[in-house]
Design a protein around this ligand. Structure first.
Ligand code: B3K
Ligand code: ZN
Length: 868
């Protein structure tokens, strides 16, 4: 490696020496030689005449200062230093870049036939030399020049202000964005598209043109994205009082994109996965994902764009808050319980795993080598949980007051997490001093709870102890302020009014110390406690529930989340117990009471189908793995499968009846219909393990009139290794081989295939005409699913899974380090496996570390893992 990459520290933040108030950009687009002219108005802020600009992979053509050729500059690794600069300057820099060679998909690159950009976090420096930091906010004017036939649409941020034709078949369009913004929100697109158009009138009467650009021929897959956008705009007005602030909102769908989507001001660029959907090509999950991501990017217009981040350590300021907002949006539009369950699954599974990994970091990281490595579940999802806890502590009214004050104080500026918490505190009067620790402390807290019922005194006490284990980045942990939501139930199912010291108390207890005892009075019988309701804090709960208490809560808890959670705790007890059984060479056992409890769920007349489906879903292998310091991959898989098979066989009649009763005629994406399909397909997933499995799955595949049912059949065939699997896979590939996005579902199933020879199948799939390792969606589908969702085969004792991962990572390190860096995560947790596996994974990590062109992205993760 050329130079050991250096970490940056949050504590070292320095405000900028200069600022740029306006920038005028001209792009003369060519595949390999795009000329970028940047004319910046630079203003000196501190006592230095040297301006330091970031830049990577740029060819510098010229520098002018106030129109004169400038020679007082120096190009150093990753930067350009311009000396002797006057206090107020017009700085003109011309650079040349090569979009076609840009396989990292950061900066300006080509996706299929179109030019597009991705500048967050630090991609603008691959376009021109600039103060590429979020606290420099400038007004942008952008002129895009390109061939008119190939690129009829030339787009950038803001409003279109001028256009014209040029000689040689070229044309130009000029855009102006009135809102000052940091460079990471800059965007440019040039291409030929089909456009779906609509309009939205904001509550104050502004007419907004809505335009969604998709590849030619895909117009019939854009309406759901448009509906989602309109719903988002309306929801943000109604729930948060926030209105859109430009006359046009554009979304462009591209096939080559490193993540989900990007909130560039007025010109969102999306991974086509989060735009394109119709019933033939997309599953219900895809539809809901599109709604959530369209919402997320739209909500960033206020939480991210109008108020941006002072520095990248503050990323959760915009991401945690915007995830919270998109989750509220999805919950207001659909089922709150189902949304909560799915979000909690992410926290308890992969987020807790991240906390326990070498990459552990607080939601506001203290040190970073490669910023792209910190777009994590911790910053996003745990960040959202932290916002959600504030919402719990302040209530909706207090929280909205806080948001209002936050915008009053910080609109148009770059702010910090501290600014946000202060606004919440000042507006509501709720003290958040200790609460702030959630921003600086990493790791997952554990709440150990025990209870005592005193019949004579009629009291019930809960003793709550909190602790957080040391993490790799932070040895010492302190007590956090944890909102702990509790309810007590009588045997009749009646909720007991909580009362302490003679006064009624709220169900949300404030845990602030290492150990606290809460004594509830007037408790006339031994109650059943419902603890950590709604998952009121991102913590692990330990309480010694009996089976009968859990089956009681599954029926009587008055909120759905608590019912589901009780079911999960019951399953968890049996999974843990059976893992030990299997390790001792014994058979997997499930009690009749457990089977009956799930029978009761299936037969329930009052529960929503979507919710029953969630109740019936077992925790994933990954989630279960997280319960152990050292995980026995094969034993966990064996237990999960055995429980599934046992429930399938024991409940076959009920599952069958449900399955047949839930058949729908026409496809609609109304929430009730989605819920019914979800339950029917959950039943199918079980039935696949019974004798009728092959027949019922084959029939569903043949009859399906929508992608949800098709994929459910294929998934069931895949997991249960049914005889029909090969035929279904071949038929699907035949039908969809020309459509990469639709083929991603097929690639995912190939990666997850439990068969012993899965690696051969995967290597064959890499030669499929729809596959390209250059396309992040394809790579994530095929390779990512193998690494993350096929634990038994990936961790095969032979070590071939690890070797394969190593090869792919070495290749991606050169072509697309961001994608490589996402893929490597399962390898970082190598300490969780037995000595032999550890050694084999370590070899792969060491081979990577020894590469001389190792990208910062992988360098940061590999070195942390090897230090663990
Ligand atoms: N802000 C972008 C993520 C950028 C990731 C950069 N590696 C999308 C989002 O969170 O909305
Ligand atoms: Zn975001």
């Amino acid at each position: 490696m050329a130079q050991t990459p250096q970490a940056k520290y949050r504590k070292d933040y320095q405000s900028p020496s200069h600022t740029i108030t306006d920038i005028d950009l001209t792009f003369d687009l060519y595949d390999n030689q795009t000329k970028v002219t940047a004319v910046s108005q630079v203003k000196q802020l501190k006592d230095t005449t040297t301006l330091s600009l970031e830049g990577e992979a740029l060819k510098l053509e010229s520098i002018h200062v106030n129109g004169e050729v400038w020679t007082a500059y120096q190009e150093v690794e990753g930067r350009l230093e311009i000396h002797q600069l006057p206090e107020q300057t017009e700085l003109t820099i011309v650079t040349v870049i090569d979009p076609e060679a840009n396989t990292a998909l950061e900066g300006l690159y080509k996706s299929g036939g179109a030019f597009c950009t991705q500048c967050e976090a630090e991609g603008f420096r691959r376009i021109t030399y600039y103060m590429d930091r979020p606290d420099v906010l400038a007004k942008y004017t952008t002129k895009v020049i390109a061939d008119k036939a190939d690129y009829p649409f030339l787009l950038s941020n803001g409003n279109r202000v001028a256009e014209g034709d040029l000689d040689g078949g070229r044309h130009w369009v000029q855009w102006q964005d009135p809102h000052p913004k940091p460079a990471y929100l800059f965007a440019l697109v040039a291409g030929d598209f089909d456009v779906l158009r609509d309009t939205y009138v904001t509550k104050s009467g502004r007419h907004v043109d809505l335009e969604i650009f998709v590849d030619k021929g895909n117009l019939d897959r854009a309406p759901h994205a448009m509906t989602s956008l309109i719903n988002s705009m309306k929801w943000d007005e109604e729930r948060f009082g926030l209105e859109y602030d430009l006359d046009i909102y554009m979304i462009v769908a591209v096939d080559f994109f490193n993540m989900g989507a990007m909130e560039n001001k007025g010109l969102n660029i999306f991974n086509s996965k989060y735009v394109l959907a119709n019933e033939k090509t997309a599953t219900d999950t895809d539809y809901l994902g599109i709604e959530a991501v369209i919402g997320h990017e739209y909500f960033h217009n206020w939480t991210g764009n109008r108020v941006t981040c002072r520095d990248w350590f503050q990323l959760s300021l915009k991401e945690g808050l915007t995830v919270f907002r998109d989750q509220e949006f999805s919950s207001d539009l659909g089922s709150r319980a189902v949304n909560r369950i799915n979000n909690v699954r992410i926290i308890r599974g992969p987020q807790f795993a991240e906390d326990a990994s070498p990459m552990s970091h607080p939601i506001r990281p203290e040190q970073v080598i490669e910023m792209n490595n910190f777009y994590t579940l911790t910053v996003y999802e745990k960040g959202s949980e932290v916002i959600s806890m504030m919402h719990t502590l302040l209530g909706e009214e207090g929280f909205q007051k806080g948001m209002k004050l936050y915008f009053e104080r910080h609109d148009g500026t770059a702010a910090t997490c501290e600014d946000f918490v202060s606004a919440m505190e000042d507006a509501s009067g709720v003290e958040l001093k200790q609460f702030r620790l959630w921003y600086s402390q990493s790791g997952t807290p554990t709440l150990k709870v025990s209870s005592v019922y005193n019949q004579t005194q009629q009291t019930y006490s809960l003793t709550i102890e909190q602790s957080t284990e040391p993490t790799q980045d932070q040895a010492e942990k302190q007590a956090l302020h944890i909102p702990f939501d509790v309810e007590l139930y009588k045997q009749s199912g009646e909720v007991i009014e909580l009362q302490c010291n003679g006064k009624p108390v709220d169900s949300v207890l404030n845990i602030t110390e290492a150990k606290q005892i809460f004594v509830f009075e007037n408790i006339t019988e031994r109650p059943t406690p419902s603890l950590l309701r709604e998952f009121s804090a991102p913590v692990k709960l330990e309480y010694d529930y009996s089976d009968s208490e859990l089956t009681f809560l599954m029926v009587h808890a008055r909120n759905e989340f608590a019912r589901w959670d009780a079911g999960q705790m019951l399953l968890a007890k049996y999974i843990r117990f059976n893992v030990e059984q299997v390790q001792a060479g014994k058979e997997v056992e499930l009690s009749d009471a457990v089977i009956d409890a799930f029978r009761g769920v299936l037969l329930s007349q009052e529960l929503e189908p979507a919710f029953i489906a969630e109740m019936m879903s077992l925790p994933s292998h990954n989630e279960v793995s997280g319960w152990y310091k050292q995980v026995d991959v094969d034993a966990v898989a064996k237990v999960l499968k055995a429980i599934k098979v046992t429930l399938a066989i024991e409940l076959e009649d009920e599952l069958s009846a449900l399955y047949h009763s839930l058949k729908q005629q026409a496809y609609t994406i109304e929430h009730a219909a989605i819920g019914q399909r979800s339950l029917r397909n959950t039943a199918l997933g079980y039935l696949a393990y019974t004798e009728q499995g092959n027949a019922i799955v084959t029939a569903q595949y043949a009859d399906a009139n929508n992608m949800t049912d098709t994929i459910a059949a294929m998934t069931a065939a895949n997991s249960a290794e049914l005889a029909c699997r090969e035929h279904l896979m071949a038929d699907y590939s035949d039908k969809w081989k020309h459509d990469g996005l639709v083929m991603d579902k097929w690639f995912t199933l190939q990666g997850m295939n439990p068969a012993e020879n899965v690696l051969d199948t995967i290597k064959q799939a890499m030669n499929h005409e729809a596959f390209s390792i250059k396309n992040p969606n394809r790579t994530r589908s095929l390779i990512g699913s193998f690494l993350n969702m096929n634990p038994v085969r990936f961790h095969a004792k032979s070590g071939e899974g690890y070797k394969f991962a190593g090869e792919i990572l070495r290749e991606l390190n050169s072509s697309n380090p961001q994608v490589a860096s996402r893929l490597i995560d399962p390898l970082l947790k190598f300490r969780k496996y037995d000595a032999e596996r550890q050694a084999m994974i370590k070899t792969e990590l060491e081979t990577l570390k020894a590469m001389d062109n190792l990208a910062n992205d992988l360098f940061e993760k590999v070195t942390k893992a090897l230090e663990s």
